[in-house]
Design a protein around this ligand. Structure first.
Ligand SMILES: Cc1cc2nc3c(=O)[nH]c(=O)nc-3n(C[C@H](O)[C@H](O)[C@H](O)COP(=O)(O)O)c2cc1C
Length: 338
Protein backbone atom coordinates (compact mmCIF):
# COMPACT_ATOMS: atom_id res chain seq x y z
CA UNK A 1 0.00 0.00 0.00
CA UNK A 2 1.41 3.36 -1.05
CA UNK A 3 2.13 5.74 1.83
CA UNK A 4 0.29 9.01 1.26
CA UNK A 5 0.72 10.54 4.72
CA UNK A 6 2.28 13.98 4.97
CA UNK A 7 2.72 17.00 7.24
CA UNK A 8 1.35 20.46 6.61
CA UNK A 9 1.82 23.33 9.10
CA UNK A 10 2.87 20.71 11.64
CA UNK A 11 -0.46 18.87 11.22
CA UNK A 12 -0.47 15.20 10.28
CA UNK A 13 -2.36 14.68 7.03
CA UNK A 14 -3.43 11.29 5.71
CA UNK A 15 -2.95 12.29 2.09
CA UNK A 16 -2.07 14.98 -0.42
CA UNK A 17 -5.56 16.34 -1.22
CA UNK A 18 -7.19 19.01 0.93
CA UNK A 19 -10.53 20.65 0.18
CA UNK A 20 -9.90 24.31 -0.63
CA UNK A 21 -12.12 27.04 0.76
CA UNK A 22 -15.50 26.69 -1.01
CA UNK A 23 -19.17 26.89 -0.06
CA UNK A 24 -19.30 23.09 -0.48
CA UNK A 25 -18.02 22.84 3.10
CA UNK A 26 -20.95 24.87 4.44
CA UNK A 27 -22.86 21.57 4.72
CA UNK A 28 -21.93 19.06 7.44
CA UNK A 29 -23.10 16.26 5.21
CA UNK A 30 -20.60 17.37 2.55
CA UNK A 31 -17.87 17.63 5.18
CA UNK A 32 -18.45 13.99 6.16
CA UNK A 33 -18.46 12.96 2.49
CA UNK A 34 -15.16 14.82 1.98
CA UNK A 35 -13.55 12.81 4.78
CA UNK A 36 -15.04 9.55 3.48
CA UNK A 37 -13.69 10.30 -0.01
CA UNK A 38 -10.16 10.71 1.32
CA UNK A 39 -9.79 14.47 1.84
CA UNK A 40 -6.87 14.96 4.22
CA UNK A 41 -8.22 18.24 5.65
CA UNK A 42 -10.82 20.89 4.87
CA UNK A 43 -10.43 24.65 4.64
CA UNK A 44 -13.77 26.24 5.43
CA UNK A 45 -15.23 29.07 3.40
CA UNK A 46 -13.89 32.52 4.42
CA UNK A 47 -15.00 35.12 6.89
CA UNK A 48 -14.35 38.50 5.28
CA UNK A 49 -12.75 41.54 6.85
CA UNK A 50 -15.55 43.73 5.46
CA UNK A 51 -18.20 41.44 6.92
CA UNK A 52 -16.52 41.44 10.31
CA UNK A 53 -16.08 45.19 10.21
CA UNK A 54 -19.73 45.61 9.37
CA UNK A 55 -20.67 43.40 12.28
CA UNK A 56 -18.37 45.13 14.66
CA UNK A 57 -18.92 48.19 16.82
CA UNK A 58 -15.49 49.26 15.64
CA UNK A 59 -17.02 50.26 12.35
CA UNK A 60 -18.86 53.16 13.95
CA UNK A 61 -15.68 54.27 15.65
CA UNK A 62 -13.70 54.03 12.44
CA UNK A 63 -16.28 56.06 10.57
CA UNK A 64 -16.27 58.67 13.32
CA UNK A 65 -12.50 58.84 13.04
CA UNK A 66 -12.93 59.58 9.36
CA UNK A 67 -11.48 56.46 7.74
CA UNK A 68 -13.06 57.52 4.50
CA UNK A 69 -11.47 54.93 2.32
CA UNK A 70 -13.12 52.08 4.20
CA UNK A 71 -16.48 53.85 4.41
CA UNK A 72 -16.30 54.51 0.68
CA UNK A 73 -15.33 50.91 -0.03
CA UNK A 74 -18.26 49.61 1.99
CA UNK A 75 -20.58 51.51 -0.29
CA UNK A 76 -19.74 49.07 -3.09
CA UNK A 77 -19.81 45.94 -0.99
CA UNK A 78 -22.69 43.52 -0.36
CA UNK A 79 -25.22 44.26 2.37
CA UNK A 80 -24.73 42.36 5.61
CA UNK A 81 -27.57 39.97 4.75
CA UNK A 82 -25.81 39.01 1.49
CA UNK A 83 -22.93 37.38 3.36
CA UNK A 84 -23.58 33.71 3.78
CA UNK A 85 -22.76 33.50 7.48
CA UNK A 86 -22.45 35.85 10.40
CA UNK A 87 -19.34 35.21 12.42
CA UNK A 88 -21.37 33.47 15.17
CA UNK A 89 -22.89 31.08 12.65
CA UNK A 90 -19.40 30.53 11.25
CA UNK A 91 -17.93 29.63 14.63
CA UNK A 92 -20.82 27.30 15.40
CA UNK A 93 -20.37 25.61 12.02
CA UNK A 94 -16.65 25.25 12.75
CA UNK A 95 -17.40 23.58 16.12
CA UNK A 96 -19.82 21.18 14.47
CA UNK A 97 -17.44 20.40 11.65
CA UNK A 98 -14.77 19.51 14.21
CA UNK A 99 -17.19 17.15 15.95
CA UNK A 100 -18.33 15.58 12.67
CA UNK A 101 -14.94 14.44 11.33
CA UNK A 102 -11.46 13.42 12.46
CA UNK A 103 -9.49 15.25 9.77
CA UNK A 104 -8.09 18.74 10.47
CA UNK A 105 -10.42 21.69 9.87
CA UNK A 106 -8.81 24.98 8.87
CA UNK A 107 -10.72 28.23 9.27
CA UNK A 108 -10.27 30.94 6.65
CA UNK A 109 -9.99 34.69 7.23
CA UNK A 110 -10.11 36.90 4.20
CA UNK A 111 -8.80 40.45 4.49
CA UNK A 112 -6.20 42.94 3.40
CA UNK A 113 -5.50 45.33 6.26
CA UNK A 114 -4.48 44.86 9.89
CA UNK A 115 -7.20 45.96 12.31
CA UNK A 116 -9.60 45.05 15.08
CA UNK A 117 -11.22 42.34 12.97
CA UNK A 118 -8.07 40.24 13.29
CA UNK A 119 -9.20 39.19 16.80
CA UNK A 120 -11.61 36.80 15.07
CA UNK A 121 -8.63 34.56 14.39
CA UNK A 122 -8.52 33.92 18.13
CA UNK A 123 -12.22 33.10 18.15
CA UNK A 124 -11.61 30.63 15.33
CA UNK A 125 -8.85 29.04 17.34
CA UNK A 126 -11.09 28.85 20.43
CA UNK A 127 -13.82 27.23 18.33
CA UNK A 128 -11.38 24.42 17.48
CA UNK A 129 -9.73 25.43 14.19
CA UNK A 130 -6.60 23.31 13.69
CA UNK A 131 -5.02 26.13 11.69
CA UNK A 132 -5.93 29.38 10.03
CA UNK A 133 -5.64 30.17 6.37
CA UNK A 134 -5.34 33.87 5.76
CA UNK A 135 -6.51 34.96 2.33
CA UNK A 136 -4.91 38.32 1.65
CA UNK A 137 -6.31 39.99 -1.40
CA UNK A 138 -5.25 43.64 -1.68
CA UNK A 139 -5.68 45.26 -5.06
CA UNK A 140 -3.49 48.26 -5.89
CA UNK A 141 -5.75 50.93 -7.38
CA UNK A 142 -4.06 53.97 -5.87
CA UNK A 143 -1.10 55.38 -7.82
CA UNK A 144 0.49 56.84 -4.70
CA UNK A 145 0.73 53.46 -2.99
CA UNK A 146 3.93 51.55 -3.74
CA UNK A 147 4.29 47.79 -3.98
CA UNK A 148 6.65 47.93 -0.99
CA UNK A 149 3.94 49.63 1.09
CA UNK A 150 1.43 46.96 0.11
CA UNK A 151 3.90 44.26 1.12
CA UNK A 152 4.47 45.91 4.49
CA UNK A 153 0.70 46.05 5.01
CA UNK A 154 0.47 42.35 4.19
CA UNK A 155 3.31 41.47 6.55
CA UNK A 156 1.75 43.49 9.38
CA UNK A 157 -1.54 41.69 8.81
CA UNK A 158 0.14 38.29 8.90
CA UNK A 159 2.10 39.23 12.00
CA UNK A 160 -1.00 40.42 13.84
CA UNK A 161 -2.88 37.20 13.04
CA UNK A 162 0.11 35.03 14.00
CA UNK A 163 0.45 36.91 17.29
CA UNK A 164 -3.26 36.48 18.04
CA UNK A 165 -3.23 32.66 17.84
CA UNK A 166 -1.17 29.63 18.81
CA UNK A 167 -2.39 27.45 15.94
CA UNK A 168 -0.37 27.60 12.72
CA UNK A 169 -1.19 30.19 10.07
CA UNK A 170 -0.89 29.73 6.31
CA UNK A 171 -1.06 32.68 3.93
CA UNK A 172 -2.96 32.32 0.68
CA UNK A 173 -1.07 34.59 -1.69
CA UNK A 174 -1.83 36.36 -4.89
CA UNK A 175 0.35 35.70 -7.91
CA UNK A 176 1.19 39.37 -8.31
CA UNK A 177 4.44 39.74 -6.39
CA UNK A 178 7.63 40.73 -8.12
CA UNK A 179 9.95 38.81 -5.80
CA UNK A 180 8.02 35.93 -4.34
CA UNK A 181 11.07 34.23 -2.71
CA UNK A 182 11.83 37.45 -0.80
CA UNK A 183 8.23 37.87 0.31
CA UNK A 184 8.05 34.23 1.44
CA UNK A 185 11.21 34.72 3.53
CA UNK A 186 9.63 37.77 5.19
CA UNK A 187 6.38 35.89 5.81
CA UNK A 188 8.37 33.29 7.72
CA UNK A 189 9.84 36.04 9.92
CA UNK A 190 6.30 37.40 10.42
CA UNK A 191 5.30 34.02 11.89
CA UNK A 192 3.58 32.19 9.01
CA UNK A 193 4.05 28.41 8.77
CA UNK A 194 2.94 27.95 5.18
CA UNK A 195 2.00 29.63 1.91
CA UNK A 196 -0.80 28.68 -0.44
CA UNK A 197 -0.09 29.35 -4.13
CA UNK A 198 -2.18 31.11 -5.45
CA UNK A 199 -5.38 32.88 -4.78
CA UNK A 200 -7.56 33.00 -7.92
CA UNK A 201 -9.00 36.34 -8.89
CA UNK A 202 -12.40 36.92 -10.30
CA UNK A 203 -11.92 39.77 -12.74
CA UNK A 204 -15.09 41.51 -13.83
CA UNK A 205 -16.28 41.11 -17.41
CA UNK A 206 -17.64 43.95 -19.58
CA UNK A 207 -21.07 43.82 -21.19
CA UNK A 208 -20.65 45.99 -24.29
CA UNK A 209 -24.42 46.14 -24.95
CA UNK A 210 -25.54 47.36 -21.53
CA UNK A 211 -22.20 49.03 -20.76
CA UNK A 212 -22.10 47.26 -17.43
CA UNK A 213 -19.20 45.75 -15.57
CA UNK A 214 -20.21 42.40 -14.14
CA UNK A 215 -18.64 40.05 -11.62
CA UNK A 216 -17.77 36.63 -13.07
CA UNK A 217 -16.94 33.31 -11.48
CA UNK A 218 -15.62 30.54 -13.71
CA UNK A 219 -14.30 27.28 -12.38
CA UNK A 220 -10.60 26.71 -12.98
CA UNK A 221 -8.99 24.56 -15.67
CA UNK A 222 -5.79 22.50 -15.23
CA UNK A 223 -3.85 25.04 -17.35
CA UNK A 224 -3.98 27.38 -14.32
CA UNK A 225 -1.70 24.96 -12.54
CA UNK A 226 1.41 26.01 -14.51
CA UNK A 227 2.35 29.24 -12.69
CA UNK A 228 1.75 27.44 -9.37
CA UNK A 229 4.04 24.56 -10.35
CA UNK A 230 6.63 27.04 -11.54
CA UNK A 231 6.75 28.94 -8.24
CA UNK A 232 6.52 25.87 -6.02
CA UNK A 233 9.47 24.42 -7.97
CA UNK A 234 11.46 27.63 -7.47
CA UNK A 235 10.69 27.84 -3.74
CA UNK A 236 11.41 24.17 -2.96
CA UNK A 237 14.51 23.87 -0.78
CA UNK A 238 14.69 27.64 -0.29
CA UNK A 239 12.06 28.10 2.41
CA UNK A 240 11.13 26.45 5.69
CA UNK A 241 7.47 27.21 5.02
CA UNK A 242 5.20 24.50 3.75
CA UNK A 243 3.94 25.18 0.26
CA UNK A 244 0.42 24.19 -0.78
CA UNK A 245 -0.96 24.54 -4.27
CA UNK A 246 -4.50 25.69 -5.04
CA UNK A 247 -5.72 26.54 -8.53
CA UNK A 248 -6.08 24.09 -11.39
CA UNK A 249 -5.68 20.83 -9.44
CA UNK A 250 -8.17 18.49 -11.12
CA UNK A 251 -6.56 15.07 -11.75
CA UNK A 252 -4.04 12.55 -10.39
CA UNK A 253 -1.47 13.92 -12.84
CA UNK A 254 -2.04 17.41 -11.45
CA UNK A 255 -1.49 16.26 -7.85
CA UNK A 256 1.64 14.30 -8.83
CA UNK A 257 3.05 17.35 -10.66
CA UNK A 258 2.49 19.53 -7.58
CA UNK A 259 4.29 17.08 -5.30
CA UNK A 260 7.12 16.69 -7.84
CA UNK A 261 7.43 20.50 -7.90
CA UNK A 262 7.90 20.34 -4.11
CA UNK A 263 4.45 21.11 -2.67
CA UNK A 264 3.51 19.57 0.70
CA UNK A 265 -0.05 19.07 -0.43
CA UNK A 266 -2.63 20.19 -2.99
CA UNK A 267 -6.08 21.69 -2.75
CA UNK A 268 -9.23 21.20 -4.81
CA UNK A 269 -12.34 23.33 -5.19
CA UNK A 270 -13.43 23.62 -8.86
CA UNK A 271 -12.91 19.91 -9.56
CA UNK A 272 -15.27 19.06 -6.69
CA UNK A 273 -17.89 21.51 -7.93
CA UNK A 274 -17.62 19.99 -11.43
CA UNK A 275 -17.25 16.24 -10.69
CA UNK A 276 -18.64 15.95 -7.15
CA UNK A 277 -16.98 15.34 -3.80
CA UNK A 278 -16.29 11.66 -4.55
CA UNK A 279 -13.82 12.83 -7.21
CA UNK A 280 -11.20 12.95 -4.44
CA UNK A 281 -11.38 9.15 -4.04
CA UNK A 282 -11.04 8.60 -7.79
CA UNK A 283 -7.98 10.88 -7.99
CA UNK A 284 -6.34 9.10 -5.05
CA UNK A 285 -6.89 5.70 -6.62
CA UNK A 286 -5.51 6.92 -9.99
CA UNK A 287 -2.45 8.17 -8.14
CA UNK A 288 -2.06 4.87 -6.33
CA UNK A 289 -2.18 3.01 -9.65
CA UNK A 290 0.40 5.34 -11.22
CA UNK A 291 2.82 5.00 -8.29
CA UNK A 292 2.42 1.23 -7.90
CA UNK A 293 3.07 0.69 -11.59
CA UNK A 294 6.39 2.47 -11.14
CA UNK A 295 7.15 0.65 -7.88
CA UNK A 296 7.17 3.66 -5.58
CA UNK A 297 6.55 2.79 -1.92
CA UNK A 298 5.57 6.31 -0.98
CA UNK A 299 4.30 9.40 -2.75
CA UNK A 300 7.00 11.39 -0.98
CA UNK A 301 9.80 9.65 -2.86
CA UNK A 302 8.73 11.86 -5.75
CA UNK A 303 8.61 15.09 -3.76
CA UNK A 304 10.62 17.91 -5.31
CA UNK A 305 12.11 15.68 -8.03
CA UNK A 306 11.14 18.28 -10.65
CA UNK A 307 11.95 21.30 -8.49
CA UNK A 308 14.38 23.90 -9.72
CA UNK A 309 17.14 22.65 -7.44
CA UNK A 310 16.70 19.00 -8.48
CA UNK A 311 16.73 19.15 -12.26
CA UNK A 312 20.07 19.19 -14.12
CA UNK A 313 18.96 22.01 -16.44
CA UNK A 314 17.31 24.97 -14.69
CA UNK A 315 16.74 26.96 -17.88
CA UNK A 316 13.07 25.87 -18.20
CA UNK A 317 12.43 27.71 -14.92
CA UNK A 318 14.33 30.84 -15.83
CA UNK A 319 14.63 33.34 -18.63
CA UNK A 320 16.04 30.71 -20.98
CA UNK A 321 12.63 29.07 -21.05
CA UNK A 322 11.11 32.18 -22.55
CA UNK A 323 13.50 32.33 -25.48
CA UNK A 324 13.45 28.55 -26.05
CA UNK A 325 9.65 28.33 -26.00
CA UNK A 326 9.18 31.16 -28.46
CA UNK A 327 11.85 29.92 -30.84
CA UNK A 328 10.57 26.31 -30.77
CA UNK A 329 7.13 27.62 -31.69
CA UNK A 330 8.33 29.52 -34.76
CA UNK A 331 10.36 26.46 -35.84
CA UNK A 332 7.26 24.27 -35.71
CA UNK A 333 5.30 26.81 -37.72
CA UNK A 334 8.04 26.93 -40.37
CA UNK A 335 8.15 23.12 -40.66
CA UNK A 336 4.34 22.97 -40.96
CA UNK A 337 4.36 25.56 -43.73
CA UNK A 338 6.49 23.28 -45.93
C1 LIG B 1 -17.56 28.94 -5.48
C2 LIG B 1 -16.22 29.24 -4.89
C3 LIG B 1 -16.13 29.93 -3.67
C4 LIG B 1 -14.87 30.22 -3.11
N1 LIG B 1 -14.80 30.86 -1.91
C5 LIG B 1 -13.59 31.10 -1.35
C6 LIG B 1 -13.48 31.70 -0.08
O1 LIG B 1 -14.46 32.01 0.60
N2 LIG B 1 -12.22 31.93 0.41
C7 LIG B 1 -11.09 31.58 -0.28
O2 LIG B 1 -9.98 31.78 0.23
N3 LIG B 1 -11.17 31.00 -1.48
C8 LIG B 1 -12.38 30.76 -2.03
N4 LIG B 1 -12.46 30.17 -3.26
C9 LIG B 1 -11.20 29.86 -3.98
C10 LIG B 1 -10.81 28.39 -3.79
O3 LIG B 1 -10.56 28.09 -2.45
C11 LIG B 1 -9.58 28.02 -4.62
O4 LIG B 1 -8.43 28.64 -4.06
C12 LIG B 1 -9.67 28.43 -6.08
O5 LIG B 1 -10.94 28.15 -6.60
C13 LIG B 1 -8.62 27.70 -6.91
O6 LIG B 1 -8.75 26.31 -6.76
P1 LIG B 1 -9.50 25.39 -7.84
O7 LIG B 1 -8.78 25.51 -9.12
O8 LIG B 1 -9.42 24.00 -7.27
O9 LIG B 1 -10.90 25.89 -7.93
C14 LIG B 1 -13.69 29.85 -3.81
C15 LIG B 1 -13.81 29.15 -5.02
C16 LIG B 1 -15.03 28.84 -5.56
C17 LIG B 1 -15.10 28.08 -6.86
Amino acid sequence: MIDFSTQYLGLKLGGPIVVSSTPLSESLDNIRRMEDSGAAAIVLTSLFEEQLMLESQALDEDLARGTDSFAEALHFLPEMRDYRMTHEVYLEHLRRAKEAVNIPILASLNGATPGGWVRFAKEMEDAGADAIELNTYALATNSSQTSAELEVQLLELVQSVCRAVKVPVAVKLSQSFTSLPHLVARLEVAGARGVVLFNRFYQPDFDIETLEVRPTLHFSTPSELLPRLHWAAILYGHTNLDVAITGGVHSADDVLKCIMAGASMTMMASALHIHGIEHIGRVLSDMRYWLEKREYASLWETRGCLSRRSVPDVSPFDRGNYIKTLSSYSLRQTVAAF
